[in-house]
Write a protein that binds this ligand. Structure first.
Ligand SMILES: Cc1ncc(C[n+]2csc(CCOP(=O)(O)OP(=O)(O)O)c2C)c(N)n1
Length: 423
């Protein structure tokens, strides 16, 4: 047969990746290879980036299937530190659950949560802080997305204030100027959340570059979901991180879904997101995001590397978004209803709890008491916040607030609009 004839038989079309399972089908996570705990090597913090490349395709794990800690990355944390981590994770879960209830009751306009991903923000917050050189030199700064409220919980920010922000009430320091859950607490190392995704990356790299230029031993921590890695800002940031080697940590939280599109639509079917770091010559780690100890060890490694002047690290966290994307989403339309329950990396809170119990660092009744304590603390904080008003029953934030804190010198057309409103 002639070549021309053969070619005419080939149908040209675009490849549109599809997830392994849709609603009504059984969840299928067979794409996820889970290596043994001791597979991942742990290079020295000053290695040349290419020596980290095997870590872009394996998965750093510390907790095995029975909840025992081991392998090259075990951070050997004491019981108290692990119990503190568990407290932060439970608090984050219960607090965000309350935010959803407030939204359903019409008391908040919007809510978002990190159900099933709590180990990610907790591990990063604690590891970055643990090796902090101390304030005075400058401030480490996270540039989070809406999915990292857990950073604030772990960094000791008032959970009452977090609730006030979600309720857009008179205790909201942002006076309703930001969407609920888009916090801004720079003194806690938590930069104002930008709704425009992947901007966090260029800002974090810029923060780290500014720190290095001023000879400050600070880190800039960027956050993105796997979906937003398709944005140009992600790639621009990686170029700068690779060329200037600033003290940055670039986290990709691969929770498998970007609202209704699965990770394959952002290019996650043929290569890991961590592998993108290789193309840019960056140190790269891929970590079990539901294993607090592994996440802590990876973040600690990246922080120490950054502070020692060896440059930026890209970290892909493998996790699963167990809840809806936000209060405006219904995942039963695009994925199997029970998918989260069969996620092979389990639940991060259950895994750390079982580890602590197995290591005789907590009893089951201690664990139950801890959950009760966290629930009471969260309820008290939310009640305190509700007393300062809600979206439903006010007192409403004055409309004049929307004209404040944006421009040093307000443009004439906004002055005119403010005057029209009588302010
Ligand atoms: C630049 C930009 N494009 C689109 C959106 C709309 N949007 C909001 S959340 C979202 C999904 C993001 O998914 P991912 O990055 O995987 O993070 P996840 O929500 O899963 O944590 C999109 C597309 C946005 N906020 N910013």
């Amino acid at each position: 047969m002639r070549l021309e004839h053969l070619m005419s038989q080939i149908e040209m079309r675009l490849h549109v990746p599809e997830p392994a399972a849709r609603p009504g089908e059984d969840p299928d996570f067979s794409f996820l290879a889970i290596p043994p705990v001791d597979e991942a090597i742990r290079p020295a913090i000053d290695v040349a980036a290419p020596e980290s490349y095997p870590l872009a395709t394996t998965m750093i794990r510390v907790l095995d299937d029975d909840g025992r800690a081991g392998g090259n990355w075990d951070p050997n944390l004491d019981g108290e530190t692990k119990r503190t981590a568990l407290t932060h994770m439970i608090t984050t879960r219960l607090l965000e659950e309350q935010f959803f209830l407030l939204q359903r009751q019409g008391k908040a306009a919007f809510a978002i949560r990190s159900l099933g991903e709590e180990a990610v923000a907790t591990a990063s917050a604690m590891a970055v802080d643990e090796s902090s050189p101390g304030y005075g030199q400058g401030l480490d700064m996270h540039f989070p997305t809406y999915r990292q409220g857990g950073l604030l919980v772990a960094n000791g920010h008032s959970i009452t204030e977090m609730a006030c922000q979600v309720l857009s009430n008179s205790g909201d320091r942002l006076k309703g100027a930001q969407l609920p859950s888009l916090h801004s607490v720079p003194e806690c190392g938590f930069f104002s959340i930008s709704g425009n995704l992947a901007t966090q990356y260029i800002q974090a790299v810029g923060w780290a570059m500014a720190g290095a230029i001023q000879n400050k031993r600070i880190v800039g921590v960027g956050w993105t979901g796997e979906g937003a890695t398709a944005e140009n800002d992600f790639h621009s940031a990686l170029v700068f991180a690779s060329v200037y080697q600033p003290p940055a940590i670039l986290n990709v939280v691969n929770n498998q879904w970007a609202i209704s599109s699965f990770r394959g639509i952002a290019g996650g079917s043929n290569a890991s997101f961590a592998q993108r770091g290789i193309g840019y010559g960056l140190a790269t780690l891929r970590v079990d995001g539901n294993d607090f100890l592994a996440g802590y060890a990876a973040s600690q490694w990246a922080t120490q590397r950054a502070r020692a002047g060896h440059g930026a690290t890209l970290i892909e966290w493998i996790t699963y978004r167990a809840a809806s994307h936000s209060s405006s989403d219904d995942p039963s339309k695009y994925r199997p209803a029970e998918a989260a329950k069969s996620w092979p990396l389990g639940d991060p809170i259950d895994r750390l709890t079982e580890h602590l119990i197995g290591a005789d660092q907590m009893t089951r009744s201690n664990a139950e008491a801890l959950t009760t304590e966290c629930r009471e603390r969260v309820s008290a904080a939310v009640a305190e916040a509700e007393a300062l008003g809600t979206l439903a029953d006010g007192p409403a934030v004055s409309p004049v607030e929307m004209f404040r804190h944006v421009y040093a010198e307000m443009p004439p057309h906004l002055v005119e609009q403010r005057q029209e409103l009588g302010y």
